[in-house]
Design a protein around this ligand. Sequence first.
Ligand SMILES: [Zn+2]
Length: 462
Amino acid sequence: MEYKKSGSKMKYGILGLRNKKKSLVKLGTAIGMAAALFYPTVNNNNNSMGASMVPLEVRLEGEIGSFPIIIPTIKYGFAIDTFQIEEGKIQKNQTLGALLSGMGMDLLSIETLVKNSKDVFNINRNFRAGKDYTILLDRNTGKPKHLILEPSVFEYIVFNLQDELNVQKVEREVDTQLKAVKGEIASTLWAALSENNVDSEAAAKMEDALECYVDFSHTKEGDKFKLLFEERKINGKSVGSGQLYAVNYQRDGKDYYAFWFDDGVTKGFYDVEGTSAKKGFLKSPLKYSRISSKFNPRRFHPILKTVRPHLGTDYAAPTGTPIYSVGEGVVEEVAYTKGNGKFVKIRHDKMYQTQYLHMSRYAKGIRRGTKVAQGQVIGYVGSTGLATGPHVCFRFWKNGKQVNHLREKLPQSKKMAKDKIEEFYKLRDNYLMMMEKEGLINDSKFQHHIGSSNEEIGGAAP
Ligand SMILES: [Zn+2]
């Protein structure tokens, strides 16, 4: 038995026909049965598979002779070849109502449809200019039957324009696979990452995981990295990365590691020894910045033109750059003064407070009493108050006095609890082993046990 192309519109892939060869041999003695195999996912009741089918595309040949089989294109759950298809982009200022009435729908039906969409689809937020839409029309009558919108690659929305006038959201199945990547920096980190098909999300996670150890604004030629992360795919196409599980970064002969651990209670990146990658405090409140003025009790003030102690560290960055809380804490002050401009002060514990001056604006939700996490955005760089240009003046308070945070021996980060450390070591060793590989890792066993204490984790990929 063999398959022959009878046109350029072969659609093997979508139906996984190649994989079905065997079952076809068993079952495919009657066209009806074979056809049944080809329509497994058609989910709508309005399709008529009769006279309006597209030309035949595949011919089965075998002991019982040769006969044609119709292979429809399944998209959005419909055999869309059975419809007339209209595709377009939502125009500027076009409303869903306008689109639908332009297709000849009456107002009452539109109203019902919009009402029925409420729990499924936020029209105001997701019906936006520039987004694609697809309309499936009845081939015989030309009447619109379904409107399909795709708010994201992860889902599509089907508006059924007749009968029940209902709206369905269909989430696409996302396959995840472990992927290991190795690279070396020849020019920039970003170039090296994209050469290895690492997307910006995985890159950002790597920076987060190692931010206490590696200054990524000064990557060097010869730096090496290894990453182990989840690759997410829809219909075989990559739609970006998911969780980062492990990272190794090498610079000047030194190895830095971070491993993801999550057992539902303890969650985060840990180094080789099981020490949390989140230090007591971040090194700086900005991600990419330069120190424009150091802590200096005897500084000559650039605006006041007198010797005035500078009891903070200035980090210059463009207006609007996010400012992060360097540690967990509670917002103590959100205020404006002539000198400080807009500022936020955070209490971390009995001993330490931090303060961030000259903000252009505060982050949403930041007010007195707000709990903040380490690395949470609390405001944005500006030049309010006495400032020559956009920067954040970062002030570090210890027992009520301002000190140079770069000279302080700050509290150490937490080590993994004793009763979990063995579990962590096991996981870490697996991660290390997998990071040595390259490309996709087919280890379904591992995938099920990520973050769990299961002994079976050890299975090496073939
Ligand atoms: Zn300053």
